[in-house]
Design a protein around this ligand. Structure first.
Ligand code: FES
Ligand code: FES
Length: 158
């Protein structure tokens, strides 16, 4: 008999219950089972940060978790941060500062930085660099991302 796991969790405010293979990675569950392809998968071993999501409000790498480890937990993906008509201030700042090019890394930067800015509303440039040191971007050279974080911090504090 096939081994399955009955997973219950909330994603972006919507409750889900799904029977899954217990070895399913959380990143694959979000992308393949829920169709939330905003969570990107780059390295699949915890290095690039592209797959970062919020688990009960904390930034974690979804490629390093099995989906059953998220049982009864609350997840926010990049799709849950803002909408096209109502962007999160950090998303707005990324747009304003040209902080993305291909956009592959962007969901991971946003989900890393949203809880960071909530806990550190006035980061210095050095602290911003430290905060994003676990996220890789192959396009931007990082400076525009740092500029965006400064803009977002200002907006969120005003
Ligand atoms: S895909 Fe998860 S850290 Fe790279
Ligand atoms: S914008 Fe292309 S990898 Fe960051």
């Amino acid at each position: 008999m096939k081994n399955t796991f009955n997973l219950s969790l909330t994603v972006n405010g919507t409750p889900y219950q799904k029977e899954i293979d217990p070895r399913t990675l959380l990143s694959d569950f979000l992308r393949h089972d829920l169709g939330l392809t905003g969570t990107h998968v780059g390295c699949e071993h915890g290095v690039c940060g592209a797959c970062t999501i919020l688990l009960d409000g904390a930034a974690v790498r979804s490629c390093l978790m099995f989906a059953p480890q998220a049982n009864n937990r609350e997840i926010t993906t990049v799709e849950g941060l803002g909408t096209i008509d109502d962007l999160h201030p950090l998303q707005e700042a990324f747009r304003e500062a040209h902080a993305l090019q291909c956009g592959f890394c962007t969901p991971g930067f946003l989900t890393t930085l949203v809880p960071y800015l909530e806990e550190n509303p006035n980061p210095t440039e050095e602290e911003i660099r430290e905060a994003i040191s676990g996220n890789l971007c192959r396009c931007t050279g990082y400076q525009h991302i740092i500029d965006a974080v400064k803009i977002a911090a200002e907006t969120m504090n005003s």
